[in-house]
Structure formats: structure tokens, C-alpha cells
Write a protein that binds this ligand. Structure first.
Ligand code: TEU
Length: 594
């Protein structure tokens, strides 16, 4: 008896201590601190496998103060909207202090908030608001590089004696010109930038405003882990690790291997210590929290598997680029092939990636994000006749594949590319760099801008279309990027109460995924793989079979299959009167229980 009393007394004390410890004056209480189960597993209980992720680009979601830029107070006013979508997790694009040369992907202070978005208190309220609605939050973390306005870089670039000099990669000028390295956002395409004060060159794989951090320095890594713990202790539920595949470098800077010429990103993405660092990060940080992590991972199936193979104890998920980068003409800046894309070849890419994670690891599924154009324009058909059905068809695709779906804000109402005519209308550093390069080479600028109408990143960054009032209800001031003029008809208010709308279709499709374990965990197998018009597959779990037929063309198309549809039940379709058939109307989507 007395033993029990003592035990319960100490338990009460322990609980009290724990409560006091985890109560932060400004922040929400951390609820992510259960130790991560690191045993190799493909267990069905890993919550992030069953989650639907909704990506919010806060700069374009909702403005509250009329400065034309989205902010936290604005996002807070839309919490119930997000809740009512039925999503489980939100990915927030970077919200840290930043001079915004690359819209937050150039961080000047990792533990502070971008002033345009609000304060840390506002962030805490937003995080709390999501948690109260049982929605988890992923932070986007950019640690391959920081901003040239970060205190570390300011100090490092002032003197070689700075304690932060070795937080970056330098090439001393007395050794001559540095060995060539390619930069994605540099007009000259040169990743080394000369710095007078230190008489050395610093490395930047992105723009010269984004110096690469030196991961080879253990002190830098420890700083990063400490900063990650700061956010996790606040209670955030995971990280999307931006450009993380680039963090390890071969600091002997050998000449680029011949096979990577023209595809240098792939070479940079597989540095010699990359996976040691990921394992260290897991040991030092991730393993201590019940969170989810996703890498922006370039590379082939084997390379990406290394991030997500549970036995390696690195990250949970990764997304890759092969399918999303498909269908562009080679040797041009994302110029879509005017002949369209080859659906059979595209399906094979999905087959390869989906099967790769069948027994080990876990995949992701997305058709758009802040680095991509709108999925409706790129992969569907945004003409007035087909925008509605083709948008719903793509939503069906994203939410019926194996792998955690990442769905981009605005796609649920069928937002499409704005297709700017003039370069002055764009904001994106990538486009402006590429434009300057084409111009410098005397290239065809008109052709470049035509291609950008389909592929530029700004197409996916225009403000959310809430209603048909001024600036789509996004802001009372001039928006930082133009609102798509079709907001007068394509908006949330117009779709909210219409049961046949895109928005309500998205909600239904989420519920269907949640109520149909075969859509989440089931085997995945292509049906009629060589069909040039239809993307069809079968999901099977414990004897339960669900077939998904997606017509990707603006014409009637037929699925060739031996599957018996006589007893099939339509679980969902994007036309008002769907029936279980192999003959599909333009862009028709059918989810059938067999
Ligand atoms: O993107 C990393 C990356 O590799 C990009 O170059 C990507 O391939 C490109 O945007 C496609 O057009 C991440 C972020 O997602 C992106 O927004 C940033 O601009 C970039 O890192 C630099 O931080």
C-alpha cells in the first residue's frame, strides 16, 4: 500500500515537473516528444503514411494588413477553411527572417520570424490554431545555404579570422581561380563569388545571396541541430528539408565526371558524407521526437531509397523530380514539348517509383508545389470546357496513389497558370536569372517567355482566390504578385456550397482515401500500361480491390482490361452520373470497388 502511495506521489511530482518543463510562456505545448520508433518497419501505423499534406505558401495565402503580402494573421483567419478540407498536415513554406531574394529560401535568422509575416507570437497562435484543429505542421527548413545577410556570413565575409569563416566554403584567391562549380541561380552560371575583404571566393549553388553552409564543419552541424530542436520543442511536427541533397560536398573540388555534364545537379546531390549527416541528424534530433521528415531529394530510385530506408535511420519520406520534370525539351529552359507529353513513358516513371517503395521505405505523391506551375495547366487542361473535369481527375490521381499525397493550396479550386506576357510581371529569381542568360546569349526571348507561361514557378505562386471581391479577397492592397484575373469565377466562395464543385470533390476524395485502406496501403499495379490515353491502376489490400481509371485526354478513351466490372461499385467519379465502365468521357476519373 505505502509502496503504491509513494509511487503515485512520485508520479504526480514527475508529471508536475514535466508539465512545468514543457509549458512555454509564448509557445504551444509540445506534444511531439514521444520517442520515435526506430525499429525497421513498414508498420501501417506510421501516421505520416496515412496523412494528407496541404501545402501553404503563406506569402500568397491570406493578407491581413493590406500590404499585399500574405501573413500569419491572414492564415489564422483561414484555419477553419483548412480544417474543413479534411487534411491532416500542413507544410508551411519558409517563415524565418529573410531578405526574400528567393522568397524565404534565403534565411538571415533561423530562430526569428520574417517581419512581413508577423511575430513569433503570431506564429505560435497559428501553430496552436492548427493543433487545436488536429492538424500537424511541417516547417520548411533551408540548411544547405543561408542568406548573405545572416550574421554568420556577415562575420565570415569580413575576415578570415572570423569564428564563422569555416561555416562556409571558401577558395583562397592566392590559389588562383577556383575549380569550376555550376550555380542554378547565378547569371554567369558560376557558383564561386569573389569576396574582397577575405580575398577568397565563397560557394553558392543557388544565387550569390545564398552562400552554401559548410556541413563538413561539425560546429556548424551542431548549430543546425540545436536550431532544429528549438522548433521541435515549440511543438512543430516535422521538417521538409529543402535542397538537403546538396549539403555534403567533395571539398577537393574534383573536375566534374563526364557522365554528369549537363546534369550537374545530380552530381552535386550525392556528396560523399550526405547520408552520414542524415544519420547523425536523426540520432541527434529526429529520433527524440514523434515527427515526420521529408527530404527534397534529387536522384534516382537507389539514391532516394537511402534517405527513407527505415533500417538506415535517416528520414521518413523524400520527394523526387523525375515525373514532375518530364515532358520538357532538352537544352532549353523548361520549354514544354509542343507535341505534349508521352503518357505511356510518364506512367512507367510512376511505376518505377511506386514499386521501389513497395516493401521498404515510403513514397510521396505530388503534381505541384511552389517550384512548379499549376497542375491543371501542366498536366490537365485549363480550357473553359475541360478545366473542371480535368482538375478533378488530377485530384483523383494525387489522392489515389500509394505514397503520402502533397497537395498544393489553390489546386482544390482548380487554380491555373496566370501566363504572364511580360518579364516585368514576374518576381521569381529563377526566371529572372534565366531570362538574363537568354538575353546575354542573344537567345529567343519571345520563345523563352512562351515556355514560361507553362512552366514558370510564379504560375504556382499567385494569390489564393477566395472570392470575387477586390484582389480575390486575398488583400486590400496591391498584391505582391498579380491575382489571376479568372478569380471572379474561380474562387472558394463560388465553390464552397456547390456539391459538384472542385472544392467539394477534393474533400470527398480525401474522405474516400481515409475510408479506403487499399488506397493508402494497398498494392499498386498498372492496368493497360501501354494505353496512350488512360492512366489506370489497381489497388489491392487483403483481397479488397479498387480500380482507378483516369482519362488524361480531351476525347473518349477506353481501358483495355479483363477485370470484371459487372459487380463493380462506383466509389467516386468526376462526372455527375458515373457508372462502372471502361469507356471514359474526356478527362473522366472513376474509382471503382471491384
Ligand atoms: O529547390 C531546390 C531545387 O533544386 C530547385 O532548383 C528546383 O529544382 C527548382 O526550383 C525548379 O525550378 C529548393 C526550393 O524548393 C526552391 O524554392 C528554392 O528556390 C531553392 O531550394 C533554393 O533554396
Amino acid at each position: 500500500m505505502s509502496f503504491h502511495r509513494t509511487t503515485s506521489f512520485s508520479l504526480t511530482l514527475a508529471l508536475l515537473a514535466l508539465t512545468l518543463f514543457s509549458c512555454q510562456p509564448n509557445g504551444p505545448k509540445s506534444d511531439n516528444k514521444t520517442a520515435q520508433n526506430n525499429t525497421p518497419t513498414t508498420a501501417k501505423s506510421d501516421w505520416w503514411k496515412e496523412a494528407v499534406v496541404y501545402q501553404i505558401y503563406p506569402r500568397s495565402f491570406q493578407d491581413s494588413d493590406g500590404d499585399g503580402l500574405g501573413d500569419f494573421k491572414g492564415s489564422i483567419s483561414r484555419l477553419d477553411y483548412v480544417k474543413n478540407l479534411g487534411v491532416d498536415m500542413v507544410w508551411l513554406n519558409p517563415v524565418y527572417a529573410s531578405p526574400n531574394k528567393d522568397n524565404g529560401y534565403d534565411i538571415s535568422d533561423y530562430q526569428n520570424i520574417m517581419k512581413e509575416f508577423g511575430t513569433m507570437e503570431d506564429f505560435d497562435r497559428l501553430l496552436n490554431g492548427f493543433h487545436e484543429r488536429k492538424i500537424k505542421v511541417f516547417m520548411d527548413l533551408v540548411v544547405n545555404h543561408c542568406s548573405n545577410e545572416h550574421e554568420w556570413f556577415k562575420s565570415a565575409s569580413a575576415s578570415r579570422e572570423s569564428p564563422y569563416y569555416n561555416y562556409f566554403h571558401w577558395w583562397p584567391a592566392e590559389n588562383g581561380k577556383p575549380p569550376y562549380r555550376w550555380s542554378i541561380f547565378d547569371e554567369k552560371g558560376d557558383a564561386w563569388e569573389y569576396n574582397k575583404a577575405t580575398n577568397s571566393y565563397y560557394l553558392h549553388y543557388f544565387s550569390d545571396y545564398q552562400p552554401d553552409l559548410n556541413w563538413e564543419n561539425p560546429k556548424l552541424r551542431e548549430e543546425i541541430y540545436k536550431m532544429m530542436r528549438f522548433w521541435l520543442d515549440k511543438g512543430i511536427d516535422g521538417f521538409r528539408l529543402d535542397a538537403i541533397a546538396f549539403c555534403s560536398k567533395d571539398t577537393n573540388w574534383p573536375p566534374l565526371p563526364e557522365q554528369y555534364k549537363g546534369n550537374w545537379g545530380m552530381y552535386y546531390a550525392n556528396g560523399p558524407h550526405l547520408h552520414e549527416y542524415m544519420q547523425e541528424m536523426n540520432r541527434e534530433v529526429f529520433s527524440k521526437y514523434n515527427i515526420a521528415t521529408v527530404a527534397e531529394a534529387l536522384g534516382d530510385v537507389e539514391g532516394v531509397m537511402k534517405f527513407v530506408d527505415p533500417e538506415r535511420k535517416e528520414l521518413n519520406m523524400a520527394y523526387s523530380f523525375e515525373a514532375i520534370d518530364f515532358g520538357y525539351l532538352p537544352k532549353e529552359y523548361k520549354m514544354p514539348d509542343p507535341k505534349g507529353y508521352d503518357l505511356v513513358a510518364w506512367k512507367k516513371i510512376y511505376e518505377k517509383w511506386t514499386n521501389a517503395f513497395e516493401t521498404k521505405g515510403w513514397g510521396t505523391m505530388y503534381l505541384a508545389n511552389h517550384d512548379q506551375p499549376r497542375m491543371l495547366t501542366r498536366w490537365g487542361n485549363d480550357s473553359p470546357e475541360f478545366r473542371d473535369v480535368s482538375s478533378k481527375m488530377l485530384t483523383t490521381f494525387v489522392l489515389s496513389m500509394r505514397g503520402t499525397p502533397y497537395y498544393y493550396y489553390g489546386d482544390e479550386i482548380g487554380m491555373n497558370n496566370i501566363k504572364f506576357d511580360k518579364v516585368e510581371e514576374y518576381n521569381d529569381i529563377e526566371l529572372l536569372t534565366n531570362y538574363a542568360q537568354v538575353k546575354a546569349k542573344g537567345g529567343d526571348l519571345k520563345r523563352f517567355l512562351e515556355g514560361m507561361k507553362i512552366s514558370s514557378r510564379d504560375n504556382g505562386r499567385t494569390p489564393m482566390q477566395w472570392d470575387n471581391t477586390l484582389n480575390s479577397g486575398f488583400s486590400t492592397g496591391a498584391p505582391w504578385l498579380k491575382v489571376n484575373p479568372n478569380y471572379t469565377t474561380v474562387n472558394v466562395a463560388a465553390q464552397q456550397n456547390d456539391p459538384a464543385s472542385n472544392l467539394n470533390y477534393f474533400r470527398k476524395m480525401i474522405q474516400l482515401r481515409k475510408n479506403t485502406p487499399a488506397l493508402i496501403h494497398g498494392d499498386w499495379e498498372l492496368i493497360d500500361a501501354e494505353n496512350p490515353d488512360v492512366f489506370a491502376y489497381l489497388r489491392t489490400l487483403d483481397g479488397k480491390k479498387v480500380a482507378v481509371f483516369l482519362n488524361f485526354k480531351a476525347k473518349q478513351s477506353t481501358v483495355r482490361t479483363d477485370l470484371d466490372l459487372t459487380k463493380a461499385k462506383v466509389l467516386l467519379g468526376n462526372y455527375t452520373d458515373p457508372s462502372a465502365t471502361v469507356t471514359l468521357r474526356p478527362y473522366e476519373a472513376l474509382v471503382l470497388e471491384l
